[in-house]
Design a protein around this ligand. Structure first.
Ligand SMILES: *Cc1c(COP(=O)(O)O)cnc(C)c1O
Length: 353
């Protein structure tokens, strides 16, 4: 607290990101990074772009990247908005589309950045409880609201809604923006991008941080009909005209175009997720049915914080949220097969202590 702070800053409750520690031989399964590196073609494109042209501003409209995304997803280029990570895209979405007189709805257990943005932008919210099985029930969103934002699959549960449920949700709220945050959709769930053609209120947000393994490059995007995208462009051009730098545009474009690498790596993650689910269940964990690149699990005989601390002592980092309803769960990112083996060893040792 300082007398120099604005009242807004004094009242903020900022997002706390997962730890990025400097411990030797650490197995880092706490921030859902992809264990397989980015497409080699993306890295080559970044190296190639690193030359004297860096003295010039990048293309403010990121046309090349937006064209690659449009082609990949079968939409028009002006239906694509790109930003410096999907967190920035979401920030613009909150300001441009989710701030209304009526409250914004999102799940009580969900991406913890949503309440942070709501606080930053002064948006009234209603946290809609997940059901007993930690699932989103779309009927619970049948209430007066200004807008809805939902991750699909949800984080940190990993549980996904079907496309029919997303369509029903969009159809039930024709006068409200419905935003689906598909950060993890490439690990087995169905994308709602195809529905944006029919639902003018539907906006779908993606990131290159997870399935494209480019968390370090900071690129995300949104797809929706023109009026929604135009709202985002208006906010962007009132904030930062050049969110995508030259290296990011080159690398992200090459990553989007490398379908073979994308498929190979996401398939490996999905196979390891199936193995981790079985292995943890065999040790007595309740593992929620995840379609993301992490599992969310609790053990009936162990406190979540305690278990996370024991794993940390074994140099395995997982995410624990000290929050109501999920305090006994661990969110464990899917690593390489070798990292999964190390996690299993650490779990066995932690459980026997
Ligand atoms: C990781 C994540 C994001 C943010 O991704 P960035 O593009 O790295 O900013 C957004 N939403 C959810 C639900 C996420 O898990």
């Amino acid at each position: 607290m300082s007398k120099f702070w604005s009242p807004l800053v004094a009242g903020l409750k900022p997002y706390v990101a997962g730890e990025q520690p400097r411990i030797a031989n650490l197995i880092k399964l706490n921030t859902n990074e992809n264990p397989y590196g980015p497409s080699p073609k993306a890295l080559a494109a970044i190296r190639e772009a690193a030359d004297d042209r860096m003295r010039l501003y990048p293309d403010p409209s990121s046309l090349r990247l937006r064209q690659a995304i449009a082609t990949r997803h079968g939409v028009e280029v002006d239906e694509v908005f790109v930003g410096n990570g999907s967190d920035e895209v979401l920030a613009h979405v909150f300001q441009a589309l989710l701030k209304h007189d009526a409250p914004l709805l999102f799940p009580d257990i969900s991406y913890s950045f949503y309440p942070v943005y709501a606080g930053l932008f002064g948006i009234e919210t209603i946290h809609v409880p997940l059901d007993e099985g930690f699932r989103i029930r779309i009927e619970d969103y049948d209430q007066p609201c200004g807008a809805i934002v939902i991750p699909n699959p949800n984080a940190p549960t990993g549980i996904a809604l079907s496309l029919e449920e997303i369509e029903a949700l969009a159809g039930a709220h024709p006068d409200q923006p419905v935003v689906i945050d598909e950060a993890y959709v490439d690990f087995g769930a169905d994308s709602a991008i195809g529905l944006t053609r029919r639902y003018p209120n539907l906006l779908v947000v993606h990131t290159l941080s997870k399935s494209r393994s480019l968390a370090g490059l900071r690129v995300g995007f949104a797809i929706g009909q023109r009026p929604l995208i135009e709202a985002l462009e208006r906010v962007k051009d009132s904030f930062n005209s050049y969110p995508i730098d030259r290296l990011a545009e080159a690398g992200a474009t090459a990553a989007i175009e490398d379908e073979a690498w994308f498929d190979e790596t996401r398939r490996k993650v999905m196979a390891s997720r199936a193995r981790m689910t079985d292995v943890l269940a065999a040790r007595g964990f309740e593992v929620l049915p995840s379609l993301a690149n992490f599992v969310f699990a609790r053990h009936p005989d162990h406190d979540g914080a305690e278990l996370a601390a024991r794993l940390r002592a074994e140099a395995v980092l997982v995410r624990h949220f000290a929050k109501p309803r999920i305090g006994d769960f661990l969110r464990i990112s899917i690593g390489t097969e070798a990292e999964c083996d190390r996690l299993i060893e650490a779990v066995d040792s932690a459980l026997s202590n």
